[in-house]
Design a protein around this ligand. Structure first.
Ligand SMILES: Cc1cc2nc3c(=O)[nH]c(=O)nc-3n(C[C@H](O)[C@H](O)[C@H](O)COP(=O)(O)OP(=O)(O)OC[C@H]3O[C@@H](n4cnc5c(N)ncnc54)[C@H](O)[C@@H]3O)c2cc1C
Length: 310
């Protein structure tokens, strides 16, 4: 462990006690189920813990990986040489006031979609089967079925891990783009307020059922995956291009292009993160050769890999 990491550990140990852990395997915290350990791991119980992390970041340059529900992360087999930070149960709450839904960032998106339905609120049906945390979905501007987070978000509460302060960011100021935002980095979305509309519960439920069924039919939900691996290029679909290049079912080690959806990579037990990364690079090369289009990864690669996608 480097001396900076050692100093960061000592600072966090003094502030957070046994909540700080070392050498925690991260694979179980991701939907791909691959990857190595994190040098340090903290499940924050309150914003005081986040303030302690910010102090360690300022004093030592500690690298921080904010973990949501790990549904868009490929973590290296060598792990993450810094602090993996997760939000604990203190960040798992939700309230509905009129047409606004406010929630802690650790809430799962499908649970919030269910809450919106209970209150006869429409606008979150698209999220019913996206296995994200609210915080990760805000950071990534997650979206599906023609709607994205930017359209329903009113404000996000963001704890800046450099400034050591929490600020309210209005959706218009978040720099939202296709599957991305300009929210402070390193920073933690700790809560968000969504603006929804009144709707008929039976119609909301019917739309959610339709979306779940569509996913069951079109996505390989029984195998570990990270959702769409590549972003869709303008006016096209990554899945269509990958399929056109004959890559459905193509495998490297324990990672394979799904035969159900060509923009999904699935892993089998024993797969390595390196297999997934090699497959991502191979697909990128083959699609570029075959179509002239360079696909850009949507999944975030964390830590060291033999080769990174372009
Ligand atoms: C079966 C399946 C289906 C999917 N379908 C969709 C879909 O339809 N649409 C879509 O957009 N995505 C989809 N995804 C991908 C994924 O759910 C989204 O990218 C989601 O936004 C990731 O959220 P997360 O909480 O899992 O974040 P993680 O994967 O844990 O992290 C993703 C990024 O967000 C950052 N982050 C996480 N939490 C926070 C926080 N609280 N504050 C600040 N930064 C944070 C992380 O540091 C990382 O950079 C799917 C994934 C799967 C496995």
């Amino acid at each position: 462990m480097s001396s900076d990491l050692g100093r960061a550990e000592a600072m966090l140990r003094a502030a957070c006690g046994d909540r700080l852990r070392t050498g925690v395997e991260l694979a179980p915290f991701t939907t791909f189920r691959v990857g190595g350990p994190s040098s340090l791991f903290l499940e924050a119980s309150s914003e005081e813990d986040l303030a302690a992390v910010a102090a360690a970041v300022r004093a030592t340059g500690l690298p921080v990986l904010v973990l949501g529900r790990g549904s868009n992360l490929l973590i290296s087999d060598h792990g993450f040489p810094g602090l993996a930070l997760r939000l604990g149960p203190g960040f798992r709450w939700a309230v509905v006031e009129g047409r606004e839904l406010r929630a802690g960032a650790a809430m799962a998106l499908p649970a919030l979609a269910g809450l919106a339905l209970q209150h006869g609120l429409t606008g979150l049906e698209w999220a019913v089967a996206v296995p994200a945390s609210l915080g990760g979905a805000v950071r990534m501007n997650a979206g599906a079925h023609g709607v994205e987070m930017a359209e329903v978000l009113r404000t996000a509460e963001v704890f800046d891990l450099v400034a050591g302060e929490r600020a309210t960011v209005r959706a218009e100021e978040a720099g939202f783009r296709y599957r991305g935002s300009d929210l402070p980095d390193p920073g933690v979305v700790v809560a968000a307020t969504l603006r929804l509309r009144a709707g008929a519960p039976e119609r909301i439920r019917a739309r959610m059922d339709e979306i779940r069924e569509w996913r069951r039919q079109h996505q390989p939900l029984a195998e570990p995956n990270c959702g769409s691996v590549f972003k869709n290029p303008p006016n096209d679909a990554a899945a269509r291009l990958i399929e056109r290049c004959g890559l459905k079912g193509f495998a490297i080690g324990g990672a394979r292009i799904s035969t159900k959806h060509a923009n999904f990579i699935v892993t089998r037990p024993g797969a390595r993160a390196e297999d997934v990364a090699a497959l991502i690079c191979a697909v990128q090369d083959r699609v570029a050769e075959g179509t002239g289009i360079l696909l850009s990864p949507e999944v975030h690669l964390v830590g060291a890999f033999d080769r990174l996608p372009r």
